[in-house]
Design a protein around this ligand. Structure first.
Ligand code: ADP
Length: 540
């Protein structure tokens, strides 16, 4: 074999920091502070502090391979951690601040975190378990309220440590196969499982995100990651934005519709990324209190299905371009994007929204197939449903500390996503459900996601979740949990609405109304809890 003769240049994260420092030192990163006002600094300042934090970690005794956890909102210190921890050869473990104490304890012990870097405003959430953690040697706090004493073992303050640390720094991440980050799945369908990214996989993922076919942020963009940094690495935006020197706007704890609308308007945000729940709230806010959000070129949405009705509402009423994407923690997370292609140019608006409501084409770097219940590969005809399996440069090969796992990884090198999908002849994928959420009625599958989307496109419905309830005759039947826009929803009208699109046996056996649909730590409808409510006899 004749080998290529190119440099063996490692795919390591320090490249991004050095590049940003040289190429875009004057571009800025802004953070909305907890009590209002902004923190703003340049990329040059940011890169300097990233190196300083590397020295801080070394002083704390962090060695290559150690896990250093963060427990924080999206802000500049968290961004510094994103680069310094892997830069020091250690592994950034982003803890989900919305998990229960029990889940947090499980995850921290499982990851064997050595240090936890905590946002001051979140101390009350971590304090109750602080004494029970088996491996944690240090807590480091930033953004704390000076007037409040903090009662934590082995505590130090981020800014004090930074002030005492040297400015010169030598990166400790020369090997691209070193672990870079650890992120646990949010546990929507089971116990959280850890995904351990390497420098190599994350750098390739970053290049993947930077493709125009994916999200493609450039230097000219102003990017607002509303998606938390603890949710699948904020979808790779921190690394991608820094590499090209895009302006980054960090929302801190201000994730409510009103401050988000204000931020988009005042900062002239061009790319904003978040889950459907966030954009649902923002839409209703903007309808009540209109603002100029014309700066947006891509409203990126993923994490769960963006209802077609909401895509249409954004595009029709607010002239906002919605970019629907699918991803998973196991994919770092970008898998597919529903941007339009040349073939769609002749479509009318409704046709375009149909395409945008799909989960989209696989981005270059991700390979996919559909597998049927008998293990055979299924056709890409837009109709045949089966389990989606993927492989690629940034797809997990196994979970952390979980070997021999045929439920999730196949013998021939594919990851089993647990999503049930169709893929059309042009490669556009549509998720019909997660395997665990499908309603199996009399041997037929009913897609809870399709029912939810159609219900949410009805003018009287604000939110809808569909779950399976046990049924003696059919095995399972659908139950619809609704949040009406106001007053009550008329069941007969909803059934008539659904019947325009689905067979009669898809109609929910029951409708129940709630004030809010419970959400998981990353803002997905918590169907596990809804099923629990049914088991507890909540609705008789
Ligand atoms: P968890 O597995 O704990 O929910 P993830 O955030 O990794 O945590 O979730 C990945 C899953 O989220 C996917 O397998 C899929 O079911 C769902 N998902 C992500 N993006 C979309 C989307 N655009 N449409 C529908 N479902 C999505």
């Amino acid at each position: 074999m004749l080998h290529g003769l190119m440099m063996d240049y490692p795919l390591t994260l320090s490249t991004i920091v050095e590049h940003a420092n040289r190429m875009t030192p004057r571009k800025t990163i802004k953070t909305k502070l907890p009590h209002g006002g902004w923190h703003e600094y340049s990329y040059a300042d940011f890169c300097g502090r990233v190196r300083r934090l590397g020295n801080v970690l070394e002083r704390l005794g962090v060695a290559p391979g150690d896990r250093v956890a963060t427990f924080a909102w999206n802000n500049y210190q968290h961004l510094e951690c994103y680069f310094s921890i892997p830069g020091a050869g250690a592994v950034i473990h982003t803890l989900n601040i919305r998990l229960s104490q029990e889940q947090l304890k499980f995850i921290i012990d499982h990851a064997e975190d050595k240090v936890i870097i905590v946002d001051g405003s979140l101390l009350p959430l971590i304090k109750p378990i602080a004494d029970q953690l088996k491996t944690v040697e240090h807590f480091v706090v930033f953004n704390h309220d000076d007037s409040q004493p903090i009662d934590l073992p082995n505590l130090s303050f981020y800014e004090d440590l930074m002030a005492a640390a040297g400015a010169d720094y030598e990166w400790r991440c020369a090997d691209e196969n070193m672990a870079l980050g650890l992120c646990y799945t949010s546990g929507t369908t089971g116990m959280p499982k850890g995904v351990l990214y390497s420098h190599r996989s994350m750098m390739l993922h970053t290049l993947g995100v930077l493709q125009a076919a994916a999200l493609g942020p450039t230097e000219a963009d102003v990017v607002l990651p509303v998606v938390p940094q603890f949710h699948a690495m904020a979808w790779g935006l921190p690394y991608a934005c820094a590499w090209v020197g895009a302006t980054i706007i960090m929302p801190g704890p201000h994730l409510q519709p009103e401050p988000l609308a204000q931020m988009i308007e005042s900062e002239r945000v061009s790319i904003a990324a978040g889950v459907p729940t966030i954009w649902n709230g923002l839409y209703h806010e903007l309808r009540q209190n209109p603002r100029d959000i014309s700066s947006i070129t891509q409203l990126v949405v993923g994490g769960s299905a963006m209802p077609r009705g909401l895509i249409e509402a954004y595009e029709r009423d607010l002239h906002v371009n919605v970019v629907h994407a699918w991803g998973m923690t196991e994919l770092s997370p970008i898998g597919s994007v529903a941007k339009l292609q040349t073939q769609h140019q002749a479509l009318d608006a409704a046709g375009r929204w149909d395409i945008k409501a799909k989960q989209g084409y696989f981005v270059p770097g991700v390979d996919a197939r559909i597998i049927g219940e008998d293990g055979s590969e299924l056709p890409w005809d837009g109709a045949t449903m089966g389990e989606l399996q993927v492989r690629g440069y940034w797809v997990a090969g196994q979970y952390f500390k979980l070997e021999d796992d045929p439920d999730h990884f196949t013998d021939d090198g594919w990851f089993r996503t647990g999503d049930v999908v169709t893929i059309d002849a042009n490669g556009y994928m549509t998720i019909t459900d997660r395997t665990k959420d499908l309603v199996k009625s009399g041997g037929e599958w009913i897609s809870s996601v399709d029912l939810e989307n159609m219900l949410m496109s009805h003018p009287d419905v604000r939110e809808a979740a569909v779950i399976a309830i046990a049924d003696e005759t059919w095995g399972e039947r659908p139950l619809a949990v609704l949040v009406p826009l106001e007053g009550d929803c008329d069941e007969a009208a909803l059934n008539a609405w659904l019947l325009q699109h689905f067979p009669k046996f898809w109609l929910p056996d029951r409708y129940v109304t709630v004030a809010d649909i419970p959400k998981t730590g990353v803002g997905k409808m918590d169907k596990k809890l809804l099923r629990q409510w049914v088991a507890d006899g909540e609705w008789g």
